[in-house]
Design a protein around this ligand. Structure first.
Ligand code: COA
Length: 178
C-alpha cells in the first residue's frame, strides 16, 4: 500500500519510547477499517454526554470518509495506537489532530487535538498521556507554537485528563439548537 500520510515520525527512539505503554505511529489508508469504529465509539460517547452532540445516522460512513481525507492532508494528523508484545499490530486507539492558522493571536500556528480515544481495557496506564505528548511533538514539528484540545464540556474525565497534561480552558463554545 502506497504511504499517503504526511511525513510523521515514528515514535522517537528515546528512553521514553522504551518505557512507552503503547506504540504510536502515523495511520495509513489500510488502517481505516480499524480506526473507523474507534471514532464512531468516541462520537457515540460524546452523544451520551450531550444531546447536542447527537450522532448522524451515517456516522460510520462519515468517519471513514473523514479519516480517508485527513490521512492524505498535510495539515492533518491521524495517529494509530497499537498495543505492545502480543498486542502488537492491534489498533487500540486513535488520535485526530490538525494544524490551524491563528490570524489574530500569537503564536500564529496552532495544533488542535480533535479526538483521542483508547479502548477501555487500555486506559489508566499512562497510554493517553503518552499519546498526547507524542501528538504534541508531531504538531510542534509541523510548526505549532500552541496546542489546543476539543472535548464535550460535560466530559469531566477528559477535563481532568487534559488538566493533568498541562492544559487549561481559554475559550468556551456555547450552542443553541434551532
Ligand atoms: C481520555 C483518555 C484518552 C485518557 O487515557 P488514559 O490512558 O486512560 O489516561 P492516563 O492513564 O494517561 O491518565 C492520565 C491522567 O488523566 C486523569 N484521568 C484519566 N482517566 C481518568 C478517570 N477515569 N478518572 C479520573 N481521572 C482520570 C488522571 O489524572 C490520570 O493521572 P493518574 O493516573 O496519575 O491519576 C481515555 O480515558 C479515553 O479514551 N476516554 C474515552 C474517550 C474520551 O473521553 N476522549 C477525550 C475527549 S475527545
Amino acid at each position: 500500500m502506497k504511504r499517503t500520510n504526511p511525513p510523521v515520525s515514528e515514535s522517537p527512539p528515546d528512553s521514553r519510547a522504551a518505557a512507552a505503554p503503547i506504540h504510536a505511529r502515523p495511520a495509513h489508508e489500510a488502517d481505516i477499517p480499524a480506526l473507523t469504529p474507534l471514532i464512531v465509539r468516541l462520537k457515540r460517547l460524546n452523544e451520551e454526554f450531550d444531546p447536542m452532540l447527537k450522532v448522524r445516522v451515517d456516522v460510520e460512513a462519515q468517519a471513514a470518509a473523514v479519516l480517508r481525507t485527513e490521512i492524505k492532508n498535510p495539515k492533518s494528523l491521524v495517529i494509530a495506537a497499537e498495543g505492545l508484545g502480543p498486542e502488537k499490530d492491534k489498533v487500540i486507539g486513535v488520535v485526530r489532530a490538525a494544524i490551524r492558522e491563528r490570524p489574530f493571536y500569537m503564536p500564529e500556528v496552532e495544533g488542535v487535538i480533535l479526538d483521542i480515544y483508547l479502548l477501555p481495557l487500555y486506559r489508566r496506564h499512562g497510554a493517553g498521556q503518552y499519546l498526547v505528548e507524542h501528538t504534541i511533538a508531531q504538531l510542534k514539528e509541523r510548526g505549532a507554537g500552541i496546542v489546543t484540545v476539543e472535548f464535550p464540556s460535560q466530559n469531566e474525565i477528559a477535563g481532568r485528563f487534559y488538566a493533568k497534561c498541562g492544559f487549561r480552558p481559554i475559550t468556551a463554545l456555547h450552542a443553541r439548537i434551532l
